[in-house]
Write a protein that binds this ligand. Structure first.
Ligand SMILES: [Zn+2]
Length: 87
């Protein structure tokens, strides 16, 4: 393991990358960071599940990602989950 200093992805960055992730067009370095983040973040895992459900329902990716407002709400929700889920 020589990858000492990979910057941690924030939830917001993950939300921004999720479309590319689901399309499979994410750069390998970003993919690694994203998956690492998912490993430790229940909120983003839930978000990813939701995205997958949306895609299953639509049969494709949503044309636009979330509006900034919706994204903000989501990030607030993430905070809540994180506080709630860890003791
Ligand atoms: Zn997250």
């Amino acid at each position: 393991m020589t990858q000492g200093r990979i910057a941690q992805l924030s939830c917001q960055e993950l939300v921004e990358l999720i479309t590319e992730y689901l399309e499979g067009t994410l750069a390998p370095a970003d993919l690694a960071r994203l998956e690492r983040h998912l490993d430790g973040c229940d909120g983003c895992r839930a978000y990813l599940d939701q995205m997958r459900e949306t895609i299953a329902a639509l049969g494709r990716l949503p044309a636009e990602s979330l509006s900034p407002q919706a994204e903000e709400k989501l990030l607030v929700a993430f905070e809540g989950w994180r506080k709630g889920s860890r003791g």
